[in-house]
Design a protein around this ligand. Structure first.
Ligand SMILES: [Zn+2]
Length: 563
């Protein structure tokens, strides 16, 4: 920043041109001066001026009324009044002008069903909410070949910016498969190499999914070791923790330990407390996080604003030990009477006290590739349809049957509103969706509404209707704060020198319209969205522009602002 400001001042002294403090704009003017002195006077100072909006700048500061001037892909001026001669004008009077939102936990990684950023580069569910950047491959997933993945996303020309983590589960799978044992030294070396390559190719850090197979099979020391590699290269660690129910405190301690011992920032991702018996424990999880922060551990949180989670039936309810060796081995264990009994006991327990929310009604199937008619039905509905008694044991039986048929994704209503609000209010919590961008294949299944609603829901329900957060704090949790967490030097704030990723919305109308019953509905109330200076949403209507870029953590770490 400093050198650019200096460049700007030098330029001003020489040319006495109007104040313009962005490196890119200054360079443009300097180049133009060299070519022909006279043309610069007539050239419009801005391509676009957003006039008269309430600027919520992403820092958490109270809003102020200002014009925002954009030249090329950058914000070049923020002032009470700007000369808009020759520029496209966006009238933002009565609207909020905020940084575009940054989703630090997005399932935009390549997926088999094509519901991803490559298959759906328009990312309309994001655009309608004002989301301008997504970071893919959380929960330990995504491709181990990040150069390949990011290249494919670039070729698909996304409407919004895309970055990625390198996923520990994928790295472990590439080296050990689904083996339930610690890595040998040579295997650990190979995993270190894969993490290093991922970081070199642009990962923002290491994501772990210690709840899932095969991440679950890794001892803590292995995770610390690989996190250290990411940390040495400037990355962070973000974790879907080993347990979010009965053993959640141990899991938070582990996440803190990974940061403390690995020497890098660490983040509890989609923080929640699952299972009625555990409700209220966010008091303790947040206390652990506060204590760690007090002693200097850089631990942070992200969250989606719903009291239900979503993952596959297999990932959510089947014990991890039964999944060692992959699907053929799991099916074999289901066929074997002894192991089947053990699996059923643990699935019953999960439905009773964990993700199942204590009732077969609380597990709702989102989509099943082998029977589309099951989408939207709870385990209780399916049991009733088959004239079977609605009990937890019968539901466990049904779960195992579903896995044998090929599995389903599901939604689990097992989180309390009190925990959700307590976590949301914590100053170290940012907002993230945990959702795929692909659901714009409108109508496929009955997925979790978070893909369509996360950011609009926070602004509508938790800011305007419930007053849980101030507007400024909510915007900070969606923009400036995640940008800072990712070390993105030139996004997340409305400020001269930043890239022009901007969301312009009506604070009185912004709302989620997606519901658990009818999730395929875009958010409303966001009027205009700019990505790198180009409109992707104009007066509530998507444009055909695809100005999104690939963001690489390595770029941010090595390159000064504006280069
Ligand atoms: Zn997760």
């Amino acid at each position: 920043m400093m050198s650019l400001h200096r460049q700007g001042r030098d330029h001003m002294r020489i040319s006495s041109a109007p104040s313009r403090r962005c490196g890119a704009a200054a360079a443009l003017v300097v180049a133009a001066l060299g070519a022909a002195q006279l043309t610069t006077a007539q050239a419009p100072a801005f391509d676009t001026v957003i006039q008269g909006g309430r600027v919520v700048d992403g820092t958490g500061s109270p809003w102020f009324i200002a014009d925002v001037g954009i030249k090329g892909d950058a914000i070049v001026a923020v002032a009470m009044r700007l000369d808009a001669a020759g520029a496209r004008i966006i009238d933002a009077r009565g609207l909020v002008v905020s940084p575009g939102f940054i989703d630090v936990h997005s399932h935009s990684e390549a997926r088999e069903n094509g519901e991803d950023m490559i298959g759906n580069p328009a990312a309309l569910n994001n655009v309608y909410q004002g989301v301008t950047t997504v970071i893919a491959s959380p929960d330990g997933g995504g491709s181990v070949n990040l150069a390949d993945y990011l290249g494919k996303v670039a070729a698909a020309r996304p409407a919004i910016n895309v970055g990625s983590f390198i996923g520990h589960g994928s790295v472990r799978d590439a080296v050990l498969g689904a083996a339930n044992r610690p890595a040998m030294p040579a295997e650990l070396d190979r995993m270190r190499d894969l993490v290093r390559a991922g970081m070199r190719d642009g990962a923002f850090g290491l994501s772990t999914g210690l709840f899932y197979v095969p991440g679950n099979f890794a001892p803590l020391d292995e995770v610390v070791d690989l996190a250290r590699v990411a940390g040495e290269m400037g990355g962070i660690h973000q974790s879907h923790m080993r347990d979010e129910a009965a053993r959640i405190l141990d899991s938070v301690r582990d996440t803190i330990a990974i940061g403390e011992r690995g020497g890098l920032p660490t983040q509890v991702t989609h923080h929640k407390v699952i299972g009625k018996a555990n409700w209220g424990r966010s008091v303790e999880t947040l206390r652990l996080i506060d204590e760690a922060r007090a002693r200097g551990v850089d631990v942070t949180i992200d969250q989606y604003p719903y009291t239900a989670s979503s993952t596959s039936i297999q990932g959510g309810l089947i014990p991890q030990w039964a999944q060692e060796g992959g699907r053929p081995a799991l099916l074999e264990r289901i066929r074997n009477e002894d192991s089947r009994r053990k699996i059923l006991t643990e699935v019953s327990r999960s439905i009773e006290t964990d993700r199942g929310g204590g009732d077969p009604r609380n597990v709702v199937l989102a989509s099943c590739s082998w029977d589309a008619s099951l989408a939207g039905k709870s385990l209780a509905d399916v049991l009733r349809d088959r004239q079977r008694p609605v009990t937890i044991d019968q539901a466990a039986d049904l779960v195992v049957e579903i896995v044998q048929k090929g599995g389903c994704s599901a939604i689990y209503h097992a989180i309390s509103e009190d925990d959700l609000v307590r976590i949301m209010k914590h100053p170290a919590t940012m907002i993230a969706s945990d959702a795929a961008p692909g659901i714009p294949k409108l109508g496929s299944g009955v997925p979790h509404p978070r893909a369509y609603g996360t950011f609009a829901r926070v602004l509508g329900l938790y800011v305007r209707d419930k007053g849980v957060l101030t507007l400024e704090d909510a915007v900070r949790k969606m923009s400036g704060y995640p940008a800072q967490r990712l070390s993105l030097p030139d996004r997340g704030l409305i400020r001269a020198g930043m890239k022009a990723d901007i969301s312009i919305f009506d604070p009185a109308r912004v709302a989620e319209t997606a519901t658990f019953e009818k999730p395929h509905q875009y958010a409303t109330g966001v009027a205009h969205v700019l990505v790198n200076g180009e409109l992707v949403l104009n007066a509530g209507t998507p444009t055909s522009a695809r100005p999104g870029r690939i963001l690489r953590g390595s770029d941010s770490r090595l390159r000064p602002v504006g280069r």
